[in-house]
Design a protein around this ligand. Sequence first.
Ligand code: PLP
Length: 630
Amino acid sequence: VPAWGAGYFHVNEAGHVAVRPQGLGGPSIDLFEVVSRLRRQGIHPPLLVRFQDLLRTRVVQLNRAFRRAIAEVGYANVYQGVYPIKVNQLREVVEEILEAGQPFSFGLECGSKPELLAALPYLERDDMLLICNGCKDRAMMQLILAGQGLGKRVIPVLERMEEFALLLEVLHDRLLPRASTPVIFGVRLRLSTTGAGLWAESGGETSKFGLSLSELLGLLDRVADTRSGLSLQLLHFHLGSQIASLTHIREAVTEAARIYARLRQRGFSITYLDIGGGLGVTYEAGNPHAPGSIDYTLEEYARAVVSTLRRVCDEEGVPPPVIISESGRALTAYHSVFVTEVLGMRSKPRAALLKIPRNGTLPAELKALWQLVETLPSTAPLEAYRHAQALRETINQHFREGRLSLEQKAFAEQLYWMASSRIQTCLAEQGTFSFELPEPLQQLTLELADHYLCNFSVFRSLIDHWAIGQHFPIMPIHRLNEPPTRQGILVDLTCDSDGQVSNFVTPFGQKHTLELHPLRPNEPYYLGFFLMGAYQDIMGDQHNLFGRVTEAHVYADEDEPGNFYLELVLPGATVQEQLAQVQYYPNDLERRMNRLIQEKVRTGAVRPREGVEVLELYRQIFRGSTYLEA
Ligand code: PLP
């Protein structure tokens, strides 16, 4: 927990996960208590628990880190960040960030028309920035320029050369022209520097967006003339999210700073350098070799950016720019925890359930498998596992050929699981960690894992795990003073074999199973998925029509440290809402269902009262949750 929790998460004396929204030294909120209180109010997992104070803490920490770096490095300009709302557009999230960011003139970034519409009215103060990235059409460009006409710093960032033509076009029929000031705009640079890791393709020369240097130079000729009515005020780049290494950040900032400096030397009075997103968080439990890990802290990031910019500007003899960053993940990831309930557990049989088939002698291949079970643990684990697999394959083949009975096949399956679990016991006794094992034996761990059925959809709530193999810290949120004696994988409710989590992080490496507790009758068992606040809530998919989960917004109670209050509970999507997304509506469906029932009532197969009851059940489900009601 300390390796990924960044001081915000810990395990308290009760063995529960607790959250410190203000970081180390601040009050601590018991997550299990939060879930239990919600449950008493009739609100059940799956739940997204948002710690709104944690958002505020992150905004303050980011701004302070830059302010400190600026003071230490002696940087002669300021930092003015923006929050890219694509990372989590929920209004409460955006409002919280803006409120916490007010003392720092913190602004917003948008990447589409809907995001522009959501963000523009929030520019309550004229010094706030709204950076407009993404592809733009005429209406979007017009609204951006109208924003400037209202005296706001709404800056279109050109992603492609075609957008420059659009800008020129819209410039001449602006809704609110301000004769005294030119229209300001920025460009996204296509740098040579690339990042590394899962999101590396967002940067570099082949990236989807950005102007090449030659395109930029061509554009400059057109705006150099002050009569153009345009002023290039901002250079932007985005290397990709979750940048792994400070080296990449320094390289990219150096390259962008050189371009900035050379343009300043040519007389372009560019004000802002926007270094995009990419500031990462530690998902990987301190394992520096994992694909999603980062090698720096927030403070080191700020210092690297500021000191690199100062160095290049000093070398080039130009005044340093206002620094903008578009950090989304780093602000939002920590603040929300997804909590699900385990609905059941299925394990592989480890001891014989069936009796040895009596009638007739056992076929040779079954005998061989039985002998293998009996020789364990004397055979070396890898060799024994390969032998067991080969015998299983032969047995399966013989069954397909009709040479084995059902009982013999069932018995063989049991022998196989007995052999496998004995091999696993040998490995455990040798004290070998599963991630140290050769791949076939890691597969064995996976094969033997218990399946914990959880009330959630991977596609809805953990999309990056499915889509790009991202890891998240996952653990039970209670019973943490009890040894977890099972090795499990998590399976979701969807009818899709991809709907499972079988890759977990430990400080030592990746692991296919998670240590979990055995279930107790009539007692809920909750798992927490941490660092879920960035992208996961918003990008989730509707597979099997599982909808948004219920959200609870939790605040620390300032008058009573350790206590908390639930400010808001946003109900999750109902079955009815999910169905409407795909054009099914209750009235129509109920009419059809009723017709179906009435046909049976007419023939006497169903009594009228029974028919009414079935229809009522059908109606009730419309209004309920898409998840299982445990
Ligand atoms: N800015 C741009 C242009 C982006 O595409 C993104 C997302 O990848 C971000 C900012 C946010 O990045 P991050 O969440 O890594 O801070």
